[in-house]
Design a protein around this ligand. Structure first.
Ligand code: FAD
Ligand code: FES
Length: 267
């Protein structure tokens, strides 16, 4: 929900290029860190003045004490400018925005399915799951190449999750799309409707397949969507997606949706 969202002036504390073109930022933003929940995002001003005019939306990939974390891929002008930032820089963020993943009391198994940079919000969820609940935890990560393992490995995912890494380049045990592996692994691990929940973020074509698999196994599934955003607070209708019973704004009604509430007629 957006009622907690305010403008924060954060300080970039550290910056790391995890793989070429993908950066991990840690920002000092105590109030934002306190208020945020996994699945929420911030709108970032990438430069002073009006060029680029629009803030850019990025998911929070974690919080730790007084800091928040971002994991982002350079796509265009805004993220290119951000990639050049140095620690010590002051950054204007609006957040926390949007809703968050729901962790029902009854779940016994959490299955996280990430595609590429879609791992960002799921890393935050992973941390909260480990800290708060004693569960069976599964992390499926799909990437183009084996090099992308650095986006999620070396942290909680290796240590506290059953981890399945699927790449398109055939360099790992599992080859293809993460959704090619998901159904088989759910069968093998006997994960079914009883007490399980799937959480997913990644390209929309992947989310559509994850939603289909979840429906086939009757497992509740929450997906975090991306859309082009202008305002980020529900005012411009620039980010709508088709849902059962009408259109929804990704920024204000999401970005996390029950997969059964959406119309999956887009790629
Ligand atoms: C709620 C939300 C959370 C997000 N979280 C993350 C994150 O954690 N890490 C991350 O790397 N990215 C994330 N994104 C995507 C990120 O916002 C865009 O990549 C970024 O705004 C691009 O800005 P730019 O100025 O670099 O590129 P632009 O010059 O604006 O665009 C460059 C290219 O990227 C495409 N693009 C722009 N915005 C989006 C978008 N929202 N979705 C898909 N393609 C887009 C454009 O069509 C264009 O082809 C998120 C998007 C949303 C809506
Ligand atoms: S970005 Fe304006 S309504 Fe969602």
């Amino acid at each position: 929900m957006i009622h907690n969202a305010t403008t924060h002036t954060a300080e970039l504390v550290s910056k790391r290029e995890v793989i070429p073109g993908t950066f991990h930022f840690v920002l000092h933003a105590p109030a934002l860190a306190r208020q945020s929940r996994p699945g929420q995002f911030v709108m970032i001003q990438v430069q002073d003045g009006t060029d680029p005019l629009l803030r850019r939306p990025l998911s929070l990939s974690g919080t730790c004490g007084d800091t928040v974390e971002l994991l982002f891929q350079v796509k265009g002008r805004g993220t290119q400018l951000m990639a050049a930032w140095e620690p010590g820089r002051s950054v204007s963020l609006i957040g926390p925005l949007g809703n968050s993943f729901i962790i029902p009391d009854v779940i016994k198994t959490a299955v996280l399915v990430a595609g590429g940079i879609g791992a960002a919000p799921l890393l935050y969820l992973a941390k909260i799951l480990v800290e708060s609940r004693d569960l069976q935890r599964e992390f499926f990560f799909g990437a183009k190449t084996g090099k992308e393992r650095a986006l999620v490995e070396g942290c909680i995912v290796n240590e506290d999750f059953e981890y399945v890494f699927v790449t398109e380049d055939g360099t790992q045990k599992f080859q293809g799309f993460v959704t090619d592996t998901l159904a088989g692994e759910l069968e093998r691990k006997k994960i079914n409707a009883k007490g399980a929940c799937i959480y997913s973020c990644g390209p929309s074509s992947m989310l559509k397949k994850v939603a289909r698999i979840a429906a086939a196994y009757n497992i509740p599934c929450q997906v975090s969507l991306e859309a082009h955003m202008a305002c980020g607070v529900g005012a411009c209708l620039g980010c709508v997606v088709e849902a059962r019973g009408g259109f929804k704004r990704v920024c204000a009604d999401g970005p996390v949706f029950d997969s059964r509430a959406l119309e999956w007629n887009y790629d």
